[in-house]
Design a protein around this ligand. Sequence first.
Ligand code: COA
Length: 171
Amino acid sequence: MGEVSDTTGVTDAGGGVRLRPMTVEDLPAALDLEQALFPEDAWTEGMFRDELSHPSRHYVVAESGDRVVGYAGLRSVPPEGDVQTMAVARPLWGRGIGRALLTVLLDRAEREGVTHVFLEVRDDNPRAQKLYADFGFIRIGVRRGYYNGADAIVMRRTARPGQGSGEEGNP
Ligand SMILES: CC(C)(COP(=O)(O)OP(=O)(O)OC[C@H]1O[C@@H](n2cnc3c(N)ncnc32)[C@H](O)[C@@H]1OP(=O)(O)O)[C@@H](O)C(=O)NCCC(=O)NCCS
């Protein structure tokens, strides 16, 4: 992970990839990725626009050159937050972009005083589950039939007192 610039909101994620806040101009590219990566549960443009219009939502894109290659979103209503979505273009998987996106979201949550971050992940998606577990998320439940053709694993990450980041684990 590179450094975050407080003035621009741009983060150098390494390997020529930068993270920056998502805007509506990014939606065509984000929708293409959405269709490719979530064929059964793809969000619509309206859903993205609705998310971007909420002050409690914080969306970032990963950009390589001028191409959007990933995105992620946070719902932040302290003391709780949710990872709303996360996606990285398939050819670039395994290069740390997912970690960089999640780090930016969790840093934002920490700055806003979020102590409990929740998310749902398909039970047939071990790659994402492993990523979340690496960041200290633990499995707290199952939502049957939450997705088309899959249950959702509900995960939670709890910050330690005096420390927004719970990367070392949970209390
Ligand atoms: C989940 C996803 C966002 C991860 O993005 P990524 O850029 O590949 O993630 P990273 O390169 O930062 O890797 C993070 C972790 O993912 C897992 N991972 C990465 N490549 C992997 C591979 N080839 N096989 C298995 N797990 C892998 C590992 O746990 C890895 O941690 P490690 O580097 O310590 O081994 C991406 O795979 C994706 O977009 N998947 C489809 C959409 C999705 O499932 N989104 C999450 C919905 S809840």
